[in-house]
Design a protein around this ligand. Structure first.
Ligand code: 13P
Length: 251
């Protein structure tokens, strides 16, 4: 059975102290609740160990926002999947459009990152999504299909079942413009249909597919009520405990 997941992506926000305070607040608020979804927070690397330690025993799981495409060695400034795993984090966000756009992450690089994440026991939250010009040309399905075919569709069926997909249209990220419920549902249904073509219906039905892009407390319930939307990858609205918990409560 696929899981519902609400995952926060803090991006490059919060000092260590601020991040620890936010995680502590979330842990407190969630202590009395049994969410109808898995809860993940994606923190900067430097927060991972402290935050993972702090949320231990709660429902909150921790994600890195990236990992290196190399196993170990002379790669100054990089953080390996094994290092991420050693902090207590269990997820890693990979292929975010900001990484693709600003840091030149290609499909080849992402294939290596996904392989290393999986071999180190991390669950990748694998991002895909088109820019506005692609949407305006109405070629978003082909674009997203291509993104998946060049990367995670190369995995074995066994490995494919270990990851989560997040569809984040670039035009909806941080803009306040959410994809309409219909647009989001339509794309996630399309993604599920191409997973079914590639790996079979059962695997498609069991894959968690999230929507991301200006998802907030106001629009989350309508989005999450759609048959193919299994949760959200949340940027801005994950930076305040009350906002993030309201999205969790939307399930
Ligand atoms: P916003 O929720 O701020 O639009 O960001 C979405 C996102 O990029 C999450 O990874």
């Amino acid at each position: 059975m696929r899981k519902n997941i609400v995952a926060g992506n803090w991006k490059m926000n919060k000092t260590l102290q601020e991040g620890v305070a936010l995680a502590a607040e979330l842990k407190d608020v969630l202590a009395g609740k049994t969410p109808n979804c898995d809860v993940v927070i994606g923190t900067p690397f430097i927060h991972l160990a402290t935050v993972a330690n702090q949320v231990e025993g709660s429902v909150i799981k921790v994600a890195a926002q990236n990992c290196a495409n190399k196993e170990s060695g002379a790669y100054t400034g990089e953080v390996s999947a094994a290092m991420v795993k050693s902090t207590g984090a269990t997820y890693v966000i990979l292929g975010h459009s900001e990484r693709r756009e600003y840091y030149g992450e290609t499909s080849a690089i992402l294939n290596d990152k996904v392989a290393l994440a999986l071999s180190n026991g991390l669950t990748p939250i694998y991002c895909c999504g088109e820019a506005l010009d692609v949407r305006n040309a109405n070629t978003q399905n082909e674009f997203v299909k291509n993104q998946l075919e060049e990367t995670i569709f190369n995995l074995s069926a066994e490995d494919f079942q270990k990851l989560v997909i997040a569809y984040e249209p670039i035009w909806a990220i941080g803009t306040g413009v959410t994809a309409s419920t219909e647009q989001a549902q339509e794309m996630l249904a399309f993604i599920r249909s191409i997973i079914a073509d590639k790996f079979g219906k059962e695997i498609a039905e069991n894959t968690s597919i999230l929507y991301g892009g200006s998802c907030n407390a106001k629009n989350a319930s309508e989005l999450f009520a759609q048959p193919d939307i299994d949760g959200g990858l949340i940027g801005g609205a994950s930076l305040k405990a009350a906002d993030f918990v309201a999205i969790i409560d939307a399930f």
